[in-house]
Write a protein that binds this ligand. Structure first.
Ligand code: S3P
Length: 423
């Protein structure tokens, strides 16, 4: 779908975003691992989360959706049954990587496939530690999907130091640790999102100047009620839209504000975006609140580099696109990881910005450019990547003549996004 975006006269009123995608994936998987009934409120309706649900259903777990609640009749870590066909993770790296951790400990064989984008993404990062634990796991010679996991009779606990920092790898190793004979430790040098450790109530200990997250093999995952806050990564697109479009003032209700996810708000503030928090409280072990944002005079350059990169990894496309409207320099470094997301996001951003008339310099690990006033409205590519589509879609609310090719890919994380910003 080639979607023309029309400049907006102003965004006003209350907005909501889908439930946090990272927490939703985990709530579904942890509900399947628990024995008994897990209830999830606020589960994301994104296509990625539907991929996780369909995988656990194929493994014999029953689910029910009724109104705002989603129920999982968990079978316990040993209660899954072999799937009759390949498990399809679709576009979702989180599904493929976390599920690989769980399936590495099973006494049956599994195959996990993905779409063309996911089938290009690196899987060596999970295969290597899972093999060290004794998993029978293999992929293509390039270490990409399909992932083949053969039956195993027990895993060994390991100490594993993450490199590069990745919450998906951390979670895959910890979930395999449930099936290991002893305590598995993941050592994190640079913090990444900590939903797995919070939701499973894992012990986190200092480890020199790093920290270690521990899981005991055989540890029970208890059925419970999860309340999923709104997705701050989805809210990022609405914050930028309201900040950039004249005559805007919006409130985004009930957004997750976990410290490992909310650095994007500091970046927006340093660009002079007028944003405030209201009703901040804790729900289901996660801080959340409303975000109020109004039209802002975007100024000040931003430099995103070093340890902050993993904390804003999904927000970089929107932060960069917002900076195109500032008369200052945006610099991104130390972000090679961005090349391994749903698209090569460094290349996707550079190519689209060049079409808009931005003079941007590309580096192996990032890019730098100076924002400007006279941008050229033209047809842009989504590269099949939901966050690229939404970030450049927001630019179209300010610049006449922008259209987004493959705009339907926003369903991966934010169904209804185009209606929300164009209503
Ligand atoms: C995620 C972790 C991040 C992020 C992804 C979701 C998660 O990936 O980019 O969208 O839910 O754990 P990495 O951990 O690989 O950086």
């Amino acid at each position: 779908m080639d979607l023309p975006i029309h400049p907006s006269k102003g965004l006003r009123g209350q907005f909501s975003v889908p439930g946090d995608k990272s927490i939703s994936h985990r709530a579904v998987l942890f509900g399947a691992l628990a024995e008994g009934e897990t209830t999830i409120e606020g589960l994301s309706n994104a296509a990625d989360v539907r991929s996780t649900i369909s995988c656990i259903e194929a493994l014999g777990v029953e689910t029910e959706s009724g109104g705002a609640r989603f129920i999982i009749h968990g079978k316990g870590p040993r209660g899954f049954r072999k799937s009759q066909s390949s498990l399809n993770a679709g576009n979702s790296g989180t599904t493929m990587r976390l599920l690989s951790g769980i399936l590495s400990g099973q006494r049956f064989d599994s195959v996990i496939v993905g779409d063309s984008s996911l089938s290009r993404r690196p899987m060596k990062r999970i295969i290597e530690p899972l093999k060290r634990m004794g998993a029978n796991i293999a992929a293509t010679p390039e270490f990409t999907a399909p992932i083949q996991i053969s039956s195993t009779y027990g895993l060994k606990p390991i100490d594993y130091e993450l490199n590069p920092p990745s919450a998906q790898v951390k979670s895959a190793v910890l979930l395999a640790g449930l099936y290991a004979d002893g305590t598995t430790r993941v050592i994190e040098n640079v913090p990444t999102r900590d939903h797995t450790e919070r939701m499973l109530g894992l012990t986190v200990k200092p480890f020199g100047n790093k920290h270690a997250i521990e899981i005991r093999g055989g540890q029970k995952v208890l059925p419970r009620k999860f309340v999923v806050p709104g997705d701050i990564s989805a809210a990022t697109f609405l914050i930028a839209a309201a900040a950039l479009v004249p005559n805007s003032e919006i409130t985004i209700k009930n957004v997750g504000l976990n410290a490992t996810r909310s650095s994007v708000l500091n970046c927006f503030r340093s660009m002079n975006v007028a944003l405030q928090m209201a009703n901040v409280h804790e729900e289901g072990g996660e801080p959340c609140g409303d975000i109020v944002v109004a039209t802002s005079d975007i100024s000040n350059g931003v430099e995103v580099r070093g340890d902050i990169v993993p904390l804003v990894i999904d927000e970089i496309p929107m932060l960069a696109v917002t900076s195109m409207f500032a008369d200052s320099v945006f610099t991104l470094r130390d972000a090679t990881e961005l090349r391994y997301k749903e698209s090569d996001r460094i290349a996707s951003i550079v190519q689209n910005m060049r079409k808009l008339g931005i003079d941007i310099e590309e580096y192996p690990d990032g890019f730098a450019f100076q924002g400007k006033k006279d941008l050229i409205g033209t047809a842009l590519e989504s590269y099949g990547d939901h966050r690229i589509a939404m970030a450049f879609g927001v630019a179209g609310l300010r610049i006449p003549g922008i259209s987004i090719r493959g705009a339907e890919c926003v369903d991966i994380s934010f169904p209804g996004f185009w209606n929300a910003i164009q209503a």
